[in-house]
Write a protein that binds this ligand. Structure first.
Ligand SMILES: CC(C)(COP(=O)(O)OP(=O)(O)OC[C@H]1O[C@@H](n2cnc3c(N)ncnc32)[C@H](O)[C@@H]1OP(=O)(O)O)[C@@H](O)C(=O)NCCC(=O)NCCS
Length: 372
């Protein structure tokens, strides 16, 4: 994930290079130690200066690199882990694989709290190493909202808190408000313990309970893992809704489904449809007739989407082909046999890809299902 820092994820000019990056557990101040066995003097690019590792790292750790170990140790000693920047919106306990129970708090951080922006600038450096093409946000824009996940522990007779994840959201305000989840991160050593679910659930609840005119919650360029987590959570919300019951699903996607998904859960149209398709796929799997009907429904929907709202699919091969053909035929919408064949193959490829994604989600959501 370091391609933003080091071109092609390569560092030139060293033998046995090691970069150690330490974060103070509470304040997220950072100590970076760079060491190597030797500088390459006779490699293939011997005429080049070795890369300046610190200079390359600097922009991604704004005002937050300490290179003096003593200075860093002093800073860690001064850390105040009994302080958190905001109000608690949720708390829960979690048991790890070894049976150890830990408390967690989800904090709604107020951007105007003294010191918070500087703290977030330090902590968010972590995402550069764990989210592909991650970006920092402009904290001077008041439309940002940030929830932090803190791990809680008791040292002596005091509660101590350490930040272990966060979610940032941007509010687009027009007549109504659309919230877009932007950065979402759980520290690697606490991943796969269900904390991502908890934070996402708390994010939905926070947005729904604090923004009166909230219209929908969207996500900015979600990756595969996040998408799976979101789909799982969305399904767990909707699965008990009568409009999404097994036999309702077999009838096709209805306005009532869309209405409940949008009004009650703030799903986007695409997400409402996706959740419906996942559920319908699940219930159709063991019934070949229903499965065939489901596949036809998916194909019909994809086809309609390509033809009617091609703007959703700017990078899609099918759209490019369509646009090419349309401009060639100067507005005339007729394709020859070969072109139609190409379109139909591409459409089928899209459908297969989509169903493949659904199938892989299904393998991970079995626990959300109850016998209906
Ligand atoms: C994505 C992320 C937030 C998930 O948080 P998490 O606490 O590990 O997730 P959870 O333990 O709550 O698991 C939620 C679901 O996510 C999926 N998931 C989580 N980690 C996964 C992994 N390594 N591989 C595949 N699926 C994974 C699973 O579907 C899981 O549900 P399951 O355990 O029932 O199968 C976390 O992995 C992370 O911070 N990754 C790096 C940053 C990132 O990619 N952020 C998303 C940017 S859009």
């Amino acid at each position: 994930m370091t391609h933003q820092i080091f071109e092609d994820e390569n560092i030139y000019g060293y033998q046995g290079l090691t970069i150690d990056i330490y974060f103070a557990a509470h304040s997220a101040y950072c100590f970076i130690d760079v060491y190597y066995d030797e500088i390459l003097r006779n490699g293939p690019k011997f005429y080049l200066e070795p890369d300046n590792v610190m200079n390359l790292l600097m922009p991604w750790f704004p005002n937050n690199i300490m290179t003096n170990l003593h200075e860093f140790k002093d800073c860690v000693k001064r850390d105040e882990p009994d302080y958190i920047y905001g109000e608690c919106v949720d708390c829960f306990t979690n048991t790890n694989e070894e049976g150890k129970m830990t408390g967690f708090r989800i904090i709604n951080c107020d951007l105007s709290t003294s010191g918070f922006k500087e703290f977030h600038k330090r902590f968010q450096s972590l995402i550069i190493m764990f989210i592909d093409a991650a970006n920092f946000i402009d904290l001077d824009d008041p439309s940002w909202r940030i929830l932090y996940l803190y791990e809680e522990c008791r040292i002596g007779n005091k509660n101590k808190y350490c930040p272990v994840g966060f979610c940032s959201m941007y509010l687009f305000k027009d007549i109504t408000t659309i919230a877009r989840i932007s950065q979402f991160f759980i520290v690697p050593f606490l991943q796969r313990l269900g904390l991502g679910y908890k934070l996402l659930d708390a994010t939905y609840n926070y947005l729904k309970s604090t923004i009166n005119d909230l219209e929908e919650i969207t996500v900015e360029s979600p990756n595969k893992i996040f998408t799976r987590m979101r789909d799982n959570l969305d399904i767990s919300y909707i699965i008990d809704e009568p409009y999404f019951a097994k036999y309702e699903l077999f009838k096709g996607f209805t306005d009532n489904m869309l209405k409940i998904a949008r009004l009650k859960y703030k799903f986007s149209n695409e997400q409402a449809r996706k959740v419906y398709e996942i559920l319908r796929c699940y219930w159709s799997q063991s019934n070949p007739r229903e499965y065939e009907k489901f596949m036809l429904d998916v194909k019909k929907h994809r086809k309609a989407k390509f033809m009617v709202t091609p703007l959703n699919l700017e990078s899609n091969k099918l759209l490019q082909l369509l646009q090419m053909k349309q401009s060639k035929s100067k507005g005339c919408n007729k394709y020859n046999f070969e072109e139609r064949l190409n379109l139909s193959i591409m459409l089928q490829e899209e459908v297969d890809k989509f169903v493949h994604t659904i199938q892989s989600t299904l393998r991970h959501i079995q626990k959300s299902f109850k016998t209906q």
